[in-house]
Design a protein. Structure first.
Length: 561
């Protein structure tokens, strides 16, 4: 602690007037000596609705033990999580991105209400990671994030498989490429235990972000969920947060503009999820860091794609750990001057100091050297144009086409698009347009993995493009353009597209266009009427009324002017 500084928890626990508070806490087993120590909040996202967070109860036990041995008193509390993989393709998926805001708000509320001196957040599935980060940024007490780790790969007929393979198999089954029995066999083995989805999908992408940006200790996130080493990682994190408290090292001292650029480089170098754009923009807004959507393109252009990870590559997250984990990737980029190694991390060391301890497995093929990249530029591109004046995001992991021109097949919901795909109504060369799935229009900006995976499963992945004001799963691959802004529900140009319009996706020119004069688009939009929302009350309606553009991270905000 800063010399002379008073612990936050003393306000709620110290003095005659706080006797009632102490009496309440003694009712659940805390003693005077416990309450005299620094109080550390353990924000847990354990839930029994998915494998991603299912094991976090056990990890919390180890974190709390680490806090106690280092002289603190832990107090565990829980928040929510929505599984993208379970809810995919249903109305329930609308809750996923919305949950990020609720996770952030709930951790912040408990932190402010109980005045914790420090916090460790345990996270797993996608939105728990940025949600926890946003809360810690707001609270700005000494804190770190412990990622629960990746699920092991499933084994199907001698091959490693992930949940991505199941969704693609649904499309393959729809066109008769595999039998119902084969689909069931794959379903039974794809997810063999606890942990987050196994490729460089959104959870593992955001875990990579945590190490590059400095909110998780280097080398901790890539340890798999059920690896015995994870218990040691959790114990270490409990001890480490007490050291952060003693040093008064807060997120505000870690999350600089350079740290955010480091995080973007980590996403680009691993072919990571486009959802990182939303989440890093949201985190930057909370931190007061000037970051915009075009910065992702700038950093990605200068960062080579080095990690050969699914969904577009060969390996899964467990292979990344066997190769040496995120630290070997950090070391490559630091040594090449592609990230700022002087940035401070939650371990209390700089990124370059942490990278010195990286141990690379001899002969590993998961992470390429900078001299021999998979692709000379990173996996993210930001497009603008007639259809995306505020920008949109495409993931280019190495094999996708750089140019596609085709007729629009227009759908006003994910379900209608999925029905057309499964009915084999999409043809090679088409551009599937899915709109009214943006932050406000959905609401909640659903992921389109069901549709994109079905297209791949039907053999159309290399001949069809898809554009949407919704978003994509980290497991999505192919020429898929998301986060189109302004969204259709706000009267963005995507609302003016009609069946058969010629759509042009030009990655090299960073353009998303329609072969129509600007005046024609304006005339169509004059006739456009916003759809009536299905939700007039409750959390979906509240979110739709407060949410910003995807180009700003789809954050919720209130006008206080």
């Amino acid at each position: 602690m800063t010399p002379g500084a008073r612990l936050h928890s003393r306000t709620i626990l110290e003095g005659r007037d706080r006797s009632g508070a102490r009496a309440m806490l003694k009712a659940i087993g805390f003693r005077d000596q416990d309450l005299a120590r620094p109080i550390v909040g353990i924000a847990n996202t354990w839930i029994e609705t998915m494998p991603c967070n299912y094991h976090l109860r056990e990890l919390a036990v180890q974190v709390k033990e680490g806090v106690r041995t280092a002289g603190g008193t832990p107090m565990e509390f829980n928040t929510i999580s929505i599984s993208d993989g379970v809810t995919m393709g249903t109305e329930g998926m609308k809750a996923s991105l919305i949950s990020r805001e609720l996770i952030a708000d709930s951790i912040e509320l408990v932190g402010r209400g109980h005045m914790f001196d420090a916090i460790v957040a345990l996270v797993g599935c996608d939105k728990t990671i940025p949600g926890a980060a946003m809360a810690l940024i707001r609270l700005d007490v000494p804190a770190l994030i412990l990622y629960g780790g990746s699920i092991a790969a499933g084994r199907f007929r001698g091959q490693d498989v992930t949940i991505q393979d199941v969704y693609e198999a649904i499309g393959a089954n729809a066109v008769g490429k595999i039998t119902d029995e084969e689909l069931k066999e794959l379903e039974d083995v794809a997810c063999p235990g606890a942990g987050a989805c196994g490729g460089q999908f959104t959870a593992n992408t955001m875990a990579t972000v945590l190490e590059f940006i400095g909110l998780s200790p280097l080398g901790t996130t890539s340890v798999p969920a059920l690896d015995p080493r994870k218990r040691g990682v959790a114990l270490f994190c409990g001890r480490l947060v007490m050291e952060l408290l003693r040093r008064d090292l807060r997120p505000s001292a870690i999350l600089t503009r350079q740290a955010f650029e480091n995080a973007i480089a980590g996403v680009a170098a691993t072919g990571g999820s486009t959802n990182a754009v939303l989440h890093l923009l949201a985190m930057a807004r909370e931190a007061g860091v000037a970051l915009n959507i075009d910065d992702f393109d700038t950093v990605s252009r200068r960062t080579p794609l080095l990690a050969d990870l699914k969904p577009s590559g060969k390996y899964v997250a467990v292979d990344m750990d066997r190769a040496g984990g995120i630290p070997i990737l950090v070391k490559r980029l630091v040594d090449a001057g592609l990230v700022d190694g002087n940035q401070v991390t939650t371990a209390g060391t700089t990124l370059v100091e942490g990278a010195r301890s990286a141990v690379e497995t001899p002969g590993q093929e998961v992470v390429r050297p900078v001299s021999n990249p998979i692709k000379p530029t990173g996996g993210l591109a930001i497009l603008r144009g007639k259809l995306a004046p505020e920008g949109c995001v495409v993931k280019m992991a190495g094999h996708e086409r750089a140019l596609h021109r085709g007729p629009a097949r227009v759908f006003n919901s994910e379900e209608s698009a999925m029905s057309a795909v499964l009915a084999r109504q999409i043809r090679p060369g088409d551009v599937v347009v899915i709109r009214y799935e943006g932050p406000r229009g959905g609401p909640g900006m659903r992921e389109m993995l069901g549709v994109t995976a079905a297209l791949v499963g039907e053999g159309l992945g290399e001949s069809v493009a898809l554009i949407t004001d919704g978003r994509f799963s980290g497991a999505t691959h192919g020429l898929m353009v998301g986060h189109v802004a302004p969204e259709a529900a706000r009267g963005g140009p995507i609302a003016a597209i009609e069946e058969g319009d010629s759509i042009v996706v030009d990655i090299d020119a960073r353009r998303l266009d329609v072969d129509l004069p600007e005046q024609a688009i304006r005339e169509r939009l004059k006739r456009w009427k916003p759809p009536v929302s299905r939700y007039s009350s409750g959390v979906f309606a509240k979110y739709a009324s407060l949410v910003s553009s995807a180009a700003e991270g789809a954050i919720t905000r209130v006008d206080l002017s």
